[in-house]
Write a protein that binds this ligand. Structure first.
Ligand SMILES: [Zn+2]
Ligand SMILES: [Zn+2]
Length: 388
């Protein structure tokens, strides 16, 4: 059995020496292998992974490589396990850890950062200046699960205690995997954006971040909250999550519709989650003068932007990477209070051994898949269960 030196384990929570883990070979090539269960160091715990959600960034990593960075380069053929939106149970404690107990249920932020650079010291650990520098003699201790260290498409993972978010027993495993997505929307709206109650928000693009962006904006007291997109079934979920209005961009000009819905002046914030090539120019015309555009998605190629319009109208534009400044804890607090039902974006569940099928569902949006979750144990029989 697993019993590394200086690591606290419990007889009530036996841990095997080895675990099942998916490993990335060449691009798009994943293999289910056996790895040793990893060992937590100081200020780290071992988490037994109970559920992991698939994110568009996982598909990027498996196909293109970045933003994963392993040993200073691409993540291929390095025994690397991707997967980053996971939750689970604390299974073992590294030296000195007394903040958590074995058996605690937690969901996990992705980025621990290095803890020593300028941005980490400011709480912007998702923009750590030492990203990926965690190997050889350039070891700055940076950690980002499933990006620069082994992630969640496995049975266990080591995590810095700084990345853990305790969750209540009332929250299901599937819902807990969505905390980090809601936390990303929270970070963009409040910590980076400065949203206060009563301001108006447009979300463009009803993917997981966009839909939970609507939910978080509404829970924060924004008004009105308008969602634009092209698929009616997703816009409907936006309404269920609190959007005051939805606009189908296939049926009407979204810029004209937004301006009309908000007294002709445009809104205070646009959270851009579509990644469409014209998105920034449209967002600039949806915000009012002095308004803010939060960029949470991007097109595959550089886009042409009408800078003169942005300058003349004093528009602020900022990108967000992930979920900094502990925004995830505040998102969890909203979800624990049932201020919105994040499970509305969870559509499918698969067993760990069916990961390739789960990825295919997420990639090809089979059966209108939005968030696809993989469960690590006790769910081998589940093939595809659409959420209510
Ligand atoms: Zn993600
Ligand atoms: Zn750092």
């Amino acid at each position: 059995m697993y019993k590394p030196d200086n690591v606290k384990t419990s007889p009530d929570f036996p841990i095997p020496d080895t675990m099942r883990a998916w490993v990335l070979g060449d691009p798009d090539q994943l293999t289910l292998t056996t790895k040793p269960v990893p060992v937590p160091k100081r200020a780290e715990v071992l988490v037994r992974i109970d559920a992991v959600a698939i994110c568009a960034t996982d598909l990027e990593i498996i196909h293109h490589g970045p933003p994963a960075m392993i040993q200073g380069g691409l993540p291929y053929n390095k025994n690397f396990t991707p997967g980053h939106e996971y939750m689970g149970t604390v299974a073992a404690l590294g030296p000195g850890v007394d903040e958590y107990k074995i058996g605690d249920r937690v969901t996990v932020e992705i980025h621990a950062g290095c803890g020593q650079c300028k941005r980490c010291r400011e709480g912007m650990y998702t923009a750590c200046h030492n990203y990926g520098l965690n190997y050889g003699d350039v070891d700055k201790g940076h950690r980002a699960n499933g990006f620069t260290t082994d992630g969640g498409f496995a049975e266990y993972a080591v995590n810095s205690i700084n990345t853990l978010v305790p969750i209540s027993d009332a929250m299901s495993d599937e819902e807990a995997t969505l905390v980090v997505t809601a936390g990303t929307a929270m970070y963009g709206l409040t910590e980076l954006g400065g949203l206060v109650a009563g301001e108006s928000v447009v979300v463009t693009g009803p993917g997981p971040i966009g839909l939970l962006g609507v939910a978080v904006a509404k829970a924060l007291g924004a008004h009105p909250v308008i969602l634009t997109g092209t698929r009616d079934n997703r816009l409907k979920i936006g309404l269920e999550l609190g959007a005051d209005y939805v606009v189908n961009a296939r049926n009407e000009d979204p810029v004209a519709a937004v301006r009309k819905l908000n007294g002709g002046k445009g809104v205070d914030y646009v959270v851009e989650c579509s990644g469409a090539p014209e998105a920034v120019n449209e967002a600039a015309r949806m915000v009012n003068r002095g308004g803010r555009i939060c960029l949470a998605a991007f097109p595959g190629k550089p886009a042409e932007v009408d800078i003169a319009y942005i300058v003349r109208n004093n528009i602020y534009i900022y990108g967000i990477r992930g979920e900094g400044k502990s925004a995830t804890h505040r998102a969890e607090a909203f979800m624990a209070q049932k201020r919105f039902d994040a499970t509305k974006v969870h559509t499918h569940t698969f067993a760990l051994e069916d990961l390739p099928t789960a990825l295919k569902y997420a990639r090809e949006r089979i059966e209108d898949a939005i968030k696809v979750v993989v469960k690590t144990h006790g769910h081998a029989a589940i093939k595809s269960v659409a959420a209510e």
